[in-house]
Design a protein around this ligand. Sequence first.
Ligand SMILES: [Zn+2]
Length: 46
Amino acid sequence: MKHTDQTVCPYCEGHGYVQLLLGGSETCYGCLGKGTEKEKQTVSEN
Ligand SMILES: [Zn+2]
């Protein structure tokens, strides 16, 4: 098995935006709207 390079953003769960309590939505600050977050620095020897 291979790990995926990106994981679903835990803040927006992959939507790319978050719902605001007051209504509406805002671009996710965790992934900047991408919906995925890069894995933390991985040691890759190339
Ligand atoms: Zn996000």
